[in-house]
Structure formats: C-alpha cells, structure tokens
Design a protein around this ligand. Structure first.
Ligand code: FMN
Length: 205
C-alpha cells in the first residue's frame, strides 16, 4: 500500500511548507494591466489565473484581498492580460512589489508600454501576446461554513487579441515559441515552457 501523507486542511498540513501551490502547479500567469480611476497605470502578476471559456473568450484571476488591480477593474471596467515570457520574467516579478496605488508600475519596472485599441489600459510592448478585456463578473469566495472570504475572482471577456506574428506557424499559434513562464511552488519556483517537453494525444472519438 502507498504510504500517504494525509491531512484535513482545516487542521493544518503538518508539513514544513504548505504543499498546495507546489501541487497545483505550474500555473499560468495573469499579468494584468489596469488604469486607476484617476489614470495611474498599474501592472501586476496573478497566478491564480486561467481561461474559462472559448466563445466568447472569458478569463479570470483571483485576488487575495482587494488589491489595486481589482479596485481599478471595478472603477474602469477594463484590463489587459499580457503573456509573461522568460525574457520578461524579471520585469514581471518587479511588478509584483507592493507599492502605493499612485505609482506607475510600468515606469517602476522599466517596462515599455503600447496603447490598446479598444480599452484604455496599456499593453506590455515586449510581450508577444496581449488580450484587451472588459470586466464581466466578480465572484466573492465563500467557505463551507458560509464565511465570506476577502478573496475575489475577477472575470473579463476578451474583446481584442494582439499576437506577434512571429509566434504563428502556418496559421497555428506555437505555444512554446514565446517561452511562456508558469509558476511553480515555494517562494521562487517557475518553469519556462520549451518545445522539447511537448507530447501529443488526441481525445478519443
Ligand atoms: C508570479 C506571481 C503570482 C502571483 N499570484 C497572485 C495571485 O494569484 N493572487 C494574488 O492576490 N496575488 C498574487 N501575487 C502577488 C501580487 O502580484 C502582488 O500582491 C501585487 O502587488 C498586486 O498588485 P496590485 O495591488 O497592483 O494589483 C503574485 C505574485 C507573483 C510574483
């Protein structure tokens, strides 16, 4: 029989480090740019992030506490998702610093911006893919015993997509070409996606 470490989270994990975010890993990164109501540019990474629907494309991320990105999206209804890649990793990380809401995080991290087409927040110029989004829903997470957490899942519909054409091969987007980075566990682990780990498996008919 397998020797399992078993625990009920409400009683603690009993390990030196909480294994949760090392287990649900790697996670894609929602690198989100927003504008505050008074026009200050904000940029921050969120790894509790994913795409939840194809048509229309809807993505979402979870804010642990009511952070500036959440507040800005509620104030303006708009945000941009930028693909985080290996060459942009350090810049992405710099934008996770806790800074006052009045600080321009593009300027802070030395990130060049490009205007968007349909929404007001800027895009990360060096990121090979950017999605312009409009806010659709915010879900406040609740526990089994009905407690309302200060944990907010923010959803948006993608209204415009920018893809660097160098990422396309005969009309197909090549995931590994941009070397996207994904979050591992612990305080510092990431993985860079490279083509050598690719395998293919079709769904049964
Ligand atoms: C790779 C990475 C992933 C992160 N994921 C999350 C997340 O999913 N949820 C969250 O609340 N904070 C997350 N953080 C922390 C935020 O980026 C950080 O609190 C940031 O200051 C929030 O910025 P804002 O207040 O400008 O929105 C993450 C940080 C890094 C570096």
């Amino acid at each position: 029989m397998t020797d399992h470490h078993f625990y009920e989270p409400k009683h603690g994990h009993g390990l030196k480090h909480d294994p949760l975010n090392a287990i649900i890993a790697p996670r894609p990164i929602g690198w989100v740019s927003t504008l505050s109501a008074d026009g200050v540019r904000n940029l921050a990474p969120y790894s509790f992030f994913n795409l939840f629907n194809y048509r229309p494309p809807i993505l979402g991320f979870s804010s642990m506490g009511w952070k500036d990105s959440a507040a800005n999206i509620h104030a303006t209804g708009e945000f941009v998702w930028n693909l985080a890649t290996r060459p942009l990793a350090e810049a992405m990380n710099a934008t996770s610093a806790t800074v006052p809401a009045g600080i321009d995080e593009f300027a802070l991290a030395g990130i060049e911006a490009l205007p968007s087409r349909l929404v007001k927040p800027d895009r990360v110029a060096a990121s090979p893919v950017q999605f312009e989004c409009r806010h659709t829903q915010t879900l406040r997470l609740e526990t089994l015993d009905g407690r309302h957490l200060d944990q907010w899942v923010i959803f948006g519909e993608v209204v415009a997509v920018h893809i660097d054409k160098a990422m396309l091969d005969d009309g197909a987007y090549v995931t590994a070409r941009a070397e996207p980075i994904v979050r591992g566990g612990g305080p510092a682990d990431y993985f860079a996606i490279t083509g050598d780990r690719l395998f293919r498996m079709r769904r049964p008919d």
